[in-house]
Design a protein around this ligand. Structure first.
Ligand code: 5AD
Ligand code: SF4
Length: 434
């Protein structure tokens, strides 16, 4: 059996793809690069916005044609699988099995049943130990940093968000488990880990998230720790202190704001006001000047007025985020925001999004320009130059680095090298290997 996994969505989903891949490899299956070469295609889906869902259905359409030509097993997993469950079989009858996000370890059983000819095989159960996935099984992509689950699920209830439905309530991995995995990763040569959760800073696996960062940082040989993603209400002074003082925790914080208007935040049930968000950023003190900050913003949430939107632009400027991810509000099935009146024309929402993204571009360019002339450590992420002649790397601040390397020199994959920043574009920094 040859299998191909196509993954959409966040790092959590990407990491689920690595776990699923490990399960199939343990069965003796072989991973292949394309769906065309595969006997089994697994679509590891995202449903955060309608666009993500469209991509899945269009790939399912393509696979239907493929399946008419030759034997092929098609499985759907990830957030759309958890959300739609059996309804997926109605919409796309050529799907052989559906695997929910909280039942990953059931994959081999589902594949076996589908191979025996059983139709419409499904498991979308909530297995309480899903987050205790054996690290030895996970088959990691060839990346310079290793993804490590610390919590799954989310206990917040933002009115626009499908994630509490698709990922369930919070489950925390015991601290010792996390530490054991990180030690194993370092022994295998990884120097950087990214701790994952829908809301990492509500971590409660035997210690606080701030404590977990400190304990992970004590692992010898580990150089950098990142984490994603955080909720402002769980951002504590203690966490800010660790961020600012622990040399292994990278100087980068992604803290989703969503809107700069208190009225909108209230309807989103974000549990904070703009002032409270800013107060929490203030916990970083003067250490903040050495860090980069990014955020998520939703434009055109039901009832968002011109004034609300202008307030968002003002906060964007005030914080001067180094980067932001912004999206037009996308109504999701079963979410509470569906009940809110949403009468703003899509054309107006698009104009707002374009304005916000233009504003961010200016801020990001300024943020990048501040790096020009500095020499900073960056981690090499490619085994050779890309087709453009650069090597790819990232800095601790999560700046994308296009690294120029003299012929004959080979910066080691996954290691830190010194880079002199020579050029700033809005999307990357040009640098020379020192
Ligand atoms: N519509 C638009 N954006 C959304 N996000 C989450 N749900 C929605 C939605 N229904 C955004 C939020 C979140 C990011 C991961 O995706 O900004 O932080
Ligand atoms: Fe997409 Fe959210 Fe699911 Fe990640 S958790 S795959 S972003 S819907």
């Amino acid at each position: 059996m040859k299998y191909h996994i196509q993954t959409w969505g966040c790092q959590m989903n990407e990491h689920d793809g690595e776990k699923l891949s490990g399960l199939l490899s343990a069965e003796g299956f072989e991973s292949v690069e394309t769906a065309e070469e595969a006997d089994l295609v697994l679509l590891n889906t995202c449903s955060i916005r309608e666009k993500a869902v469209h991509k899945v259905y269009s790939e399912l359409g393509r696979l239907r044609q493929e399946k008419e030509r030759r034997p092929l097993l098609v499985g759907v997993t990830g957030c759309l699988a958890q959300q739609e469950q059996a309804a997926l079989f109605k919409r796309a009858p050529h799907i052989d099995f559906v695997l929910g996000t909280m039942a990953l370890k059931q994959l081999p059983r589902l594949v076996a049943e589908a191979r025996e000819g059983k139709a419409r095989v499904m498991d979308t159960g909530e297995y309480p130990d899903n987050h205790l996935f054996p690290p030895s099984v996970t088959q990691r992509q060839d990346t310079a940093k290793a993804l490590v689950t610390i919590t799954e699920g989310c206990n917040h209830a933002c009115t626009y968000c499908i994630v509490p439905t698709t990922r369930g309530a919070e489950r925390h991995r015991p601290c010792e488990d996390v530490l054991a995995e990180v030690r194993g990763l370092v022994a295998r040569g990884y120097r950087e880990v990214e701790l994952l959760g829908q809301n990492v800073n509500s971590y409660a696996g035997g210690c606080t998230f701030a404590d977990l960062l400190e304990r992970v940082s004590e692992v010898d040989g580990l150089e950098w720790i990142r984490f994603t993603t955080s909720h402002p209400m769980n951002f504590t002074k203690e966490l800010a202190r660790v961020l600012v003082t622990n040399p292994k925790v990278v100087p980068f914080l992604h803290l989703p704001l969503q809107s700069g208007s208190d009225q909108v935040l209230k309807r989103m049930l974000r549990e904070y006001t703009v002032a409270e968000y800013l107060e929490r950023l203030g916990y970083l003190g003067e250490g903040r000047s050495r860090m980069t900050l990014s955020t998520d913003l939703i434009v055109g949430f039901p009832g968002e007025t011109d004034d609300d939107f202008e307030a968002t632009l003002r906060v964007l400027d005030e914080v001067a985020f180094d980067g932001s991810f912004s999206f037009i509000y996308s109504p999701r099935p079963g979410t509470p925001s569906l009940r809110l009146k949403d009468d703003l024309p899509m054309a107006e929402k698009s104009v707002r999004l374009a304005r916000l993204q233009q504003r961010q571009l200016t801020l990001t360019r300024a943020s990048n320009e501040r790096f020009v002339g500095r020499t900073i450590p960056v981690r090499v992420e490619t085994h050779g130059p890309t087709s453009h002649g650069w090597w790819l790397a990232h800095s601790g601040e999560w700046k994308t680095i296009h690294l120029a390397v003299e012929p004959g020199r080979v910066p080691p994959f996954g290691e830190l090298v010194q880079a002199r920043i020579t050029l700033a574009s809005p999307h990357f920094l040009g640098a020379e290997l020192v």
